[in-house]
Design a protein around this ligand. Structure first.
Ligand code: PGA
Length: 325
């Protein structure tokens, strides 16, 4: 395998983990033919097939499983070396890899901006994706730190809440309910509703909330981003439940076009957590950024109106703690 490259191993690892060439090429910003070619060359070097295809699904062969384990060990060693090297340089150089859920990008990029100003030599990689994908990344230890809603019990991670994440019912400012006070929840069930995609934490919290109240939503459409949902609301296609953070720092939808409705039982009180796998040793850089996250309510000015300071923070190590709301 002298001619195999680290890139080929990275592509192979992503395909093996995600069980999909399409998802691996998306993750690595490659075209699918390029990803297939890299894996094909690697299999030629190994001299054995690495995957087998049955129907539409791909499976690792025995050689594939063995190589996947080897890849994980190699990457772990390289990561450890990179961390040692960057710790040797103090906070002057090195990399911070952060993965955050879609809704957290509104404040995470702002905090990152401040952090990079203070430590200009640090390179930052920010991955923004939905709750389910961020969890997958955490469980396969792909980044330094993660920001997401509450973790399920079975995930073995250190997680701590650091900021409020209130979910509100959003409507167009021209909606007939826009200025009605104390709207009964049942009334929301009559409105066409726009839902985030499967895998979204916002969607899961919304569905749980309405099913706890024995209410079925009249789902008109599913959209894969908060931005698309806001535009659909402004376009009069329906109402939705989104984080108040998705309204802050809004550039696309000028304030005034969207309005949080005064619905009984709202906002749904959620929290943002930072997390990392239990046992992971944080680099100096990750520790420094973690301190920024802990200070988030102070740094975020207007966004921190709902700061959790002053009430007990649910915190847990490992698999303890409550179920995700
Ligand atoms: P989402 O996550 O962006 O996947 O909806 C938000 C959350 O977990 O609260």
């Amino acid at each position: 395998m002298r001619h195999s490259t680290l890139r080929q191993l990275q592509v192979f690892e992503a395909v093996a983990r995600l069980k999909s060439f399409t998802r691996a090429s998306e993750e690595l910003f490659l075209t699918q033919p390029t990803a297939s070619m890299q894996v094909k060359k690697l299999a030629e070097d190994v001299g054995l097939p690495l995957f087998e295809q049955i129907g539409k699904k791909i499976y690792l062969t025995d050689a594939g499983h063995e190589l996947h384990r080897t890849c994980l060990a190699v990457f772990e060693h390289l990561d450890r070396f990179a961390m040692i090297a960057s710790d040797m340089k103090g906070l002057k150089a090195g990399k911070l890899r952060l993965a955050v859920v879609t809704t957290a990008k509104y404040f995470a990029s702002r905090l990152l901006g401040m952090f990079c100003q203070k430590y200009p030599g640090i390179e930052v990689a920010l991955k923004v994706t939905n709750h389910e994908r961020v969890l997958e990344r955490l469980m396969s230890n792909q980044d330094d730190l993660y920001v997401l809603g509450q973790l399920p019990d079975e995930v073995d991670a250190v997680a701590e809440a650091f900021l409020d994440n209130p979910l509100v019912v959003l409507a167009s400012a021209r909606h007939p309910l826009a200025h009605v006070r104390d709207i009964p929840i049942e009334r929301i069930g009559e409105e066409p509703f726009i839902l985030r995609e499967a895998g979204s934490g916002t969607r899961r919290a919304t569905e749980r909330f309405f099913s706890r109240h024995d209410l079925k939503l009249k789902v008109r459409m599913e959209l894969g981003s908060n931005e698309a949902i806001k535009q659909a609301i402004i376009g009069g296609l329906g109402i939705s439940v989104l984080s108040r953070h998705a309204l802050a720092l809004d550039t696309e939808a000028p304030r005034g076009q969207l309005i949080p409705l005064d619905v009984q039982g709202f906002p749904i009180e959620r929290l943002w957590y930072y997390a990392y796998p239990s046992g992971k040793q944080l680099s100096l850089i990750a520790q420094a950024f973690l301190e920024y996250l802990q200070q988030a309510p102070r740094y975020l000015g207007g966004l921190s109106r709902h700061s959790i300071a002053g009430r007990p923070r649910p915190s847990r190590q490992g698999a303890g703690g409550g179920k995700a709301p």
